[in-house]
Design a protein around this ligand. Sequence first.
Ligand code: NDP
Length: 338
Amino acid sequence: MTSSTQIQLVSRPTGWPTHENFRTAVMELPDIEEGEIRVANEFISVDPYMRGRMNEGRSYIPPFELGATMTGGAVGRVVESRSDDHPVGALVLHDQGWRDIAQGPAKQFRVVPEIEGVPASAHLGILGTTGLTAYVGLMHIARFTAGDTVFVSGAAGSVGSAVGQIARLEGASKVIGSAGSAEKVATAVERYGFDAALNYKDGPVRTLLREYFGDQDGEGIDVYFDNVGGDHLEAALDLMNDEGRIAACGAISSYNATERTPGPDNLWLVITRRLTMQGFTINKNMGHYKEFISKVAPWVASGELVFDETVVEGIDSTVDAFLDLMKGANVGKMVVKI
Ligand code: NDP
């Protein structure tokens, strides 16, 4: 028998999750059957979307089940195999995160390449879902074109840091970011090549953003990549150019809210400035993966596009890693190393 340490959701959080919402279970795994593999996870992903799945109610994916092991992106190595396509030692990407040992039908595990100089965890970040989110949101949802001015919230995070860099590489005329500390602002500018960034904790975003964009057409924002919602969306709307585009990617400022959050008081600008605001979820955009990887992987390999990870050690730290991600402790992709 092999045992697997797994993190389970036992109650639905109200507001900020706490350790009481989770438990650690040690499960005995049965022997694998024909067509199955067993995988030792090396890195597991914690992501903001997981907070939404802890709630009941309608969303784009079903809620996590109470009493069941959490799921989420993970990369690991095949340690036992009864599938010819998944040899022992192969690196695989799959959805059985929040545990140290995973197993199941081989078709649920995708063999991914090992790239020299790039950690396996990159398949959870820049070469995986978050990189794809950045690319699709910017290029397909916001329909970025060279010369556009761009504002990106969450600029030091996994998605935001990639958005800023892709915009620059694709010929943006100006890329401005926002983040929650002076260190993150410096990282956005010095490492990710944003032209400037603001610390949204220094004052109202609505005021701070006016240092970088004017409110006349042509002085403002062509593309706003929204990871935050709330005050950031309102501030961006004020300063959009005519026919500007907003990619609604995330609204992390409201994920732990216990009251209904106020809507933007300036939504009517969508009409008068003929704006397009489009939401998207990456699970419905996987068809862009090939295009994304052919464009972005060479930039990563050449070092033109850099990425960071905040690595937390040990399966027992997974809940803390998730909570710290929501509080902004990460630069770049937050992952747990098993
Ligand atoms: P990040 O790496 O950006 O981590 C989350 C960051 O959010 C924190 O580091 C913190 O940074 C910031 N944050 C937390 N609370 C607030 C707040 N109240 N106001 C402003 N910023 C806040 O995570 P991801 O890159 O994985 O995700 C970024 C966004 O993209 C999220 O909203 C997520 O839900 C969304 N997303 C959407 C997808 C889709 O398919 N539509 C797919 C993947 C992600 P700081 O210190 O700067 O506050």
